[in-house]
Write a protein of this length. Structure first.
Length: 141
């Protein structure tokens, strides 16, 4: 078995792909436009403190997908529904990244499984980046 790949980190601790994402306005309306199920999954506290949101192409190897909580029959039903949808019409998974570059899957595990079945190594996702500390936002004269 091959060990999982470690994300390539930038000097700030974020994965390199996080620097290349397109910004998304921190509003539920904009987040829902970026991932159709955002309003079902995200809560007001996820928008508190003005986090930075991006849409980015994320290597699937960088996304830890937790074990399934459903029966294998329920999982197969959900996967078959997703398989019937063209890739361009699927909602983006939602990820949170912390300041150490750790990626947490909030929603979209089934979409990731189908992307892997289709031979994809990267998936476009809605990503919340960590809040900047006051040290990062200050500029030196």
């Amino acid at each position: 078995m091959t060990p999982p790949l470690e994300p390539v980190l930038t000097s700030t601790g974020l994965p390199a792909w996080a620097r290349e994402g397109a910004p998304v306005i921190n509003s539920m309306l904009a987040l829902e436009a970026a991932s159709g199920d955002a309003h079902y999954v995200l809560e007001d506290e996820d928008l508190a403190g003005a986090p930075t949101w991006i849409v980015a192409g994320v290597p699937i190897a960088d996304i830890p997908v937790p074990d399934c909580r459903e029966t294998s029959e329920d999982r197969e039903i959900r996967l078959s529904v997703i398989r019937a949808v063209p890739a361009s019409e699927l909602w983006r998974p939602i990820l949170f990244v912390d300041s150490a570059g750790t990626v947490e899957l909030i929603d979209g595990g089934h979409r990731i499984a189908v992307a892997l079945e289709r031979g994809h190594f990267e998936i476009e996702a809605l990503v919340r980046l960590p809040h900047r500390s006051s040290n990062e936002t200050q500029t030196t004269p």
